[in-house]
Design a protein around this ligand. Structure first.
Ligand SMILES: Cc1cc2nc3c(=O)[nH]c(=O)nc-3n(C[C@H](O)[C@H](O)[C@H](O)COP(=O)(O)OP(=O)(O)OC[C@H]3O[C@@H](n4cnc5c(N)ncnc54)[C@H](O)[C@@H]3O)c2cc1C
Length: 483
């Protein structure tokens, strides 16, 4: 997700030095599921069209008991959602990471340093000095930056430097993740994700992109730990579905699936995002998606803080305040799914009608109107009359969405206020269906609703409240600091 954040910050005109320990994107099996909200971020970045051909729309998930009887069916919509994208996709994480990295060079101001490890940081009033060890040598270089964002994964050192603690949601188990490449199609293998709720060996089966398929097996107490990644053991686990004549093993890795949320996410000019800030069992396929949301939430706030468009303290404190409660709901639901998976007995037999929904939480308290029930919720992505999507038109600005049919009646005072506050007015022709009475929605650059209004007069007050984020002097550039 660090590359996603670098893209978003680049769109704001900021320059980024990205430090990455590895030379190439991480090759081991990880994320296979993305949601429509993440696709909107990739649309903003400009890579969604290149990503779409290497993804497919996810059918959904079925929970079955050890005899194969259906317990819960969770179909995912097959039509485009109000986000302008499907609700749920299957993809291959290395495809995404390669695309994100390959397109970063469009930002001439960015520097990517591969094969380099961040080993120390010292903060002062105006910035952070990061110590970086390159190429596995003992040579250390100092990099000066205004803010340091630790997108450095589960073993984050930036999290340590911040001094964050964990909130533990008490879910901790080892799983073997096996990716295979099919040699031939097997019609009995479903396109649905299957959660086999077998207390003897909870198992997940998922179709991947291309010829890929994935099995995830829980490690059981009797397993010989020296054998877990050995082909003989893996084939014995897979033998219920496939054998070596059907597929070849691509990769197998043992992962600890746990549910922890760090706090705080910030100390002064150092912040964390993605797996550095939260980890979830992968049963909902939401770990990476949550990191993408962090990036979208943080990018505009950092840009505003640096440009002096708002008080840095208010902006950056709202990052954890908004995001931590939001991600916690996803993690808690993933934990519940894991509990179902580990004990079919918790589900009444034949409860085929049992229903599951993706969480759609509200942001925690922050830069939106806590008294407005719409505020802090993800906005839909409407279309303009000329067929352009909201996110393509407004980019990284705030947007005031009004009905196309009402746009002519917008008072001049509201238009000039929007121009003054750099709020794009978006006349929506399709896909704008707020609750009755609402005629305008003010949407933030991360596509979450700042507030709704029932009249254009009220909309003016909503836009005015943007000024409630008190401004400050723009931060001096690093060149100015050095002088
Ligand atoms: C089996 C499995 C299945 C999953 N399935 C899904 C799914 O379907 N959908 C989903 O949304 N999520 C899924 N996830 C979660 C998803 O893979 C992670 O949430 C995501 O990769 C986290 O991204 P990140 O950028 O925060 O961390 P990482 O991807 O871990 O990236 C951190 C980067 O920081 C670098 N780094 C670390 N320390 C340093 C240092 N000191 N100096 C320099 N560089 C450093 C690392 O080399 C690494 O490249 C799954 C995870 C697993 C394990």
């Amino acid at each position: 997700m660090g590359a996603t954040l670098a893209h978003l910050l680049g769109l704001h005109g900021l320059s980024v030095v990205a430090i990455e320990r590895e030379r190439a994107p991480y090759p081991l099996p990880r994320a296979v599921h993305l949601d429509g909200e993440a696709m909107r971020v990739f649309q903003t970045i400009g890579i969604a069209d290149a990503l779409a051909p290497v993804m497919f729309v996810n059918k959904g998930m079925q929970f079955v008991d050890p005899q194969g009887r259906l317990l819960i069916k969770w179909p995912r919509p097959q039509a485009v959602s109000d986000q302008g994208w499907h609700a749920s996709y299957r993809f291959h994480q290395p495809d995404l990471e390669t695309l994100l990295r390959d397109t970063l060079d469009r930002f001439a101001q960015h520097t990517v340093v591969l094969n380099a490890e961040a080993v120390g940081a010292a903060e002062d009033e105006v910035g952070v000095t990061l110590t970086v060890r390159t190429g596995g040598s003992s040579r250390e270089d100092a990099i000066r930056c205004r803010y340091l964002i630790g997108c450095d994964g589960a073993r984050s050192v930036v999290r340590e430097w911040i001094g964050a603690n964990y909130i533990d949601l008490h879910s901790d188990a080892e799983w073997i993740v096996v990716d295979v490449l099919m040699k031939r199609p097997l019609p009995d293998l479903s396109d649905w994700t299957i959660q086999l709720c077998d207390p003897a060996r909870p198992t997940t089966l998922a179709r991947g992109t291309g010829d890929r398929r994935r099995w995830e097996f829980m490690v059981m107490p009797d397993d010989d730990r020296t054998q877990l990644e050995r082909p003989e053991f893996l084939w014995s686990l897979l033998s219920r579905w496939i054998g070596p004549e059907d597929a070849s093993l691509e990769r197998a890795a043992v992962y600890r699936f746990n549910a922890v949320i760090a706090t705080p996410w910030r100390r002064g000019r150092m912040l964390i995002a993605g797996d550095a800030a939260h980890r979830t069992p992968p049963f909902l396929g939401q770990g990476l998606c949550a990191g993408i949301r962090d990036a979208a939430n943080l990018a505009w706030k950092l840009a505003w803080a640096i440009a002096g468009r708002g008080d840095a303290e208010t902006l950056l404190e709202s990052y954890e305040g908004e995001r931590r409660p939001h991600v916690s709901e996803f993690v808690a639901q993933a934990v519940r799914v894991g509990e179902v998976l580990q004990s079919a007995r918790q589900i009444p037999p034949n409860a085929e009608t049992e229903h599951m929904d993706t969480p759609a939480p509200r942001l925690g308290p922050g830069l939106h109107d806590a008294h407005d029930p719409l505020a802090g919720r993800l906005a839909a992505q409407p279309l303009a009359a000329d067929g352009q999507w909201l996110d393509d038109v407004v980019g990284q600005n705030f947007a005031l969405i009004v009905r196309d049919s009402d746009a002519g009646a917008l008072p001049e005072s509201l238009r000039s206020l929007c121009a003054e506050r750099q709020v794009a007015i978006f006349p929506a022709a399709q896909g704008f269906s707020p609750p009755s009475g609402i005629c305008a929605l003010l949407v933030r650059p991360d596509r979450y609703i700042f507030g709704g209004a029932k009249s254009f007069g009220a909309a003016e007050m909503t836009v005015q409240r943007l000024a409630a984020v008190p401004s400050q002097r723009a931060e001096p550039s690093l060149m100015e600091q050095a002088r």
